[in-house]
Structures are given as C-alpha cells and as structure tokens.
Design a protein around this ligand. Sequence first.
Ligand code: BG6
Length: 487
Amino acid sequence: MVIFGASGDLTARKILPALAHLAERGVLDQGFSLIGVARTPWSDSEFRQQVARATPDGGDRWRAIVAEARYVSGDYGEDRTYRRLAELLEESDESRSTAGNRLFYLATIPGLFGRIAGALSDHGCARSDVEGSFSRIVIEKPFGRDLASAQELDREIHRAFNEDQIYRIDHYMGKETVQNVLALRFANAIFEPVWNRQYIEEVQVTVAENIGVEHRGGFYEHAGALRDMIQNHVMQVLALTLMESPTSTDADRVRDEKVKLLQAIAIPTPDEAVDRSVRGQYGPGVIDSQPVVGYREEEDVAPDSQTETFLALRLKVENWRWAGVPIFVRTGKRLPVRMTEVALTFKPVPFLLFNERTSRDLRQNVLVLRIQPEEGISLEFGAKVPGEKFHLRSVEMDFSYAKEFAGSRAAGGYERLIHDAMVGDATLFIRSDEVEQAWRIVDPYLTAWSEPGGALSFYPAGSWGPHMADLLIERSGGEWRNHDPAT
Ligand code: BG6
C-alpha cells in the first residue's frame, strides 16, 4: 500500500490507525508492505518513527510492518519521485512477495489527484490484472468542487485507471450504522411496506457537529458545508435511506439504486435554490460552557468570509415512492452537540379516538436511525399512561448498539473501507455517476448563492443554526429535532 500525503494529518489520524488495527486483527496479508510518499524530506527511519508515533497501540504484527516501511520524499510533479516509487515497488515484490499488487491511497490535497494518477500510469503502476495482480487507487473527498471540475477530474483519472480500479472514499459509508440502514430496511419485513409516501410524512437528516473548523480554515474557506458535507456524506446517507431495494449486495447493484435515487432528487431552479435553502455561519458563542470564537476569527479565515458553516435544505424526490414527502437535511459546525441521525416521521392516525386534551403529549410515530454518537435505532409510539383516565403520551422503543453488541469493537469507517479496497469490494465506494449526480443536485445552490440575494445568516456558536432554518421547516408544518446537549 502506497500512501501519497504520507506526512499529512489524514494519514496520521485515520489511515495509519486503521492499518494498525487491521494488522492487529490479522487480516493483512503476510507480505503487506507500506510505502509513504510526500514532500517532507524524511528518511525511511524518520517515516517509521512518525508511523509508530501515530499508532502507539500497534501490536507486534504492526510493528513488524512498520520496521520494513519505506518512504519516498519528492515532489508530486517530478518524474524521479515516481521512478523511485516504481523501484521500491519492484523491490518489495521480490523481498516481500507483494506479487505486483498495489493499492495507492491519495491522501493529498485534491488539486494533486489527477496529476498523481497520471504519473502512476506513465510509470507503469496503473496496470490492472497483469497476471492476476491488481492495481487500485483510493481517492479521498472532495472529488471536484462542482460538476464541471468533478467531470474534468474524472476524465483525468480515467485516462490512467479504469473505473473498476478507482475507489472513491466517503468515510460515512464505512460507518456501521450507515450500513445498517440497508440491514434495517431489507432484512426486516415490517419496515419496507410503510417506507413510502403513503405512511411517511417527512424525512429529516441532521449531521450536527460541535467542533468548529479547527485548523482547517484554509481548506474550509474554499469548501463550505455544501461541498464538505452535503454533496458527499449527506447524499450518501439519503441515498441509502430512500433508494429502492437492490437485487443483490453486489457493488454495482447497490450503486445502481443509489444513482437512481440521486437522479430522482429534483434539481432546483435558481429561485427555488434560494427559497429552499438556509446558509449560516457561526459567530462567537459558547460550547460545553466554554466561550469559542466565531468562524471569521478562526485561523486562515477571511474576516469578511462568506463561507457557510451551516446549511439546511428542503429537497424533493420525484418518484412514486417519495412524491410529496418533504426531505429536510441540515448540517453545521459549532452546533450544540455532535449528532447524526435520520428521522422518518409517520403520518398521524386518520382519526384520533382519544380526547385531545389527555393525549396532547402524543406525537406522531417517528423512527430514528441514530448514526452517531449513541448508535442505535428508536421508534416513538403512543402508549397509555397508567391510571383511570385514557391519558396518552409518546414513549420510545430503543435499540442501542453499545448495549446489544457490548464488547464488539465497531471498526472505524476507515478500517472497513481500506480493507474493502484491498480485497476489491467496491460496494461502499462511490461510483463516478454517483459523484456526478450529487454535484448536479448541489451545483444550482452554488450558482444561486453567488448572485445577490444568496444571503448568509449568522448564528451563535452553540445554537442550532440560524432562525431562518426553523422557518424553512415550519413552512411545511414541521420542526427540527433539536437535542439538548444534556440529554
Ligand atoms: C469530513 C469533513 O469529511 O467529515 C469534516 O471534511 C467533518 O469537516 C467530518 O468534520 C465529520 O466526520 P465524522 O465522522 O466525525 O462525522
């Protein structure tokens, strides 16, 4: 496995710990070899020290891999970087029996993806299925910054690698609870019959974070919540939640259904894009009882930045299953809690038998898929409060991963996905048509906001976003499911 961007933050925080866990679980092949590539002028031994530092808990198996790890220091634009890499790869085929199998992980800035892919191909590293060996490339998000640049990047990468060699990663697809959406929907008889517009009144997806932009202001300024979270993570979660049943779990059968769902999401006109979206940016506020600065005061952020750190959208899915059901999605940084969930609110009963006064605490049924942090699924339904009168209120039936599967360590998203890429299972990776379709959906917002009127609202850090976001959902008679940090 070759990691480009080997001295970077993503490698240290996510990729190396995932590899160390895979090694510990004994699922890495014996000859597994690690090569880092980056500009930082490290020697092999300095790289090994850095890897060891990033994976302090690595066991013996991992330590043996690290002891043999190699490093190429060089410019990504220079030929000799790739010549050196090709030499090391051949060496490891001989000394470690890696048999010509290569997994290239691009953890660099996105601007380098096309160039690296092209250079790998020029140096004979992109061949697929040469005498049974494989060569695959894993590409991090963001894949493009809009539809046109994503298509251009795709063309560049396709000049070097075939689609079946390309693994576009979205770490949300590696989360157990995101995958469990498939299990819940398609391994149970009771949900699918009611999973449609006849029974469901509204779908709400929230991806809330309490962290700010941390040290990524420079990156985030050019991204914003739409590109950073909605185009990828939120669209993926939505696709799994709303798609039709695939005919098998084969990579292409699952991805075909996701694409069809994304194709059914209505593309807004510029006016609709403005009308159905609320963009916000956090100002100073309080998180966990601590004062925090506003976005414009963060490192590497312009003092008059127009970048959104919060976004709420009302989407429409134009197909038989979902016609007329409003789909609300929102994501934001510096919200009160870290919480990702999908909530499906069911229609009210056609006629309420019970006295409205004694059943005022009775809400419509809601099925909540809690993606993180307290992973689980809950169903809210009405129950009779014990006593003489028919007093009703909503109660919750709750399934918790932590309780049910106590002791089993949920593999982090990266661990699962890196392993899948190694064994050639692309089911949880994003196909090129999915990426395109997701950009097609979000592009009109980018265009609409660049016009006058694409206004930005502000919200204090630690709140649930701008007031305008409440109005967006209230217009359809709903409200956001906000959680108190304490509950
Ligand atoms: C990343 C975004 O893709 O996902 C970050 O770039 C965000 O801005 C992160 O913080 C959230 O991931 P998770 O797994 O913590 O929900």
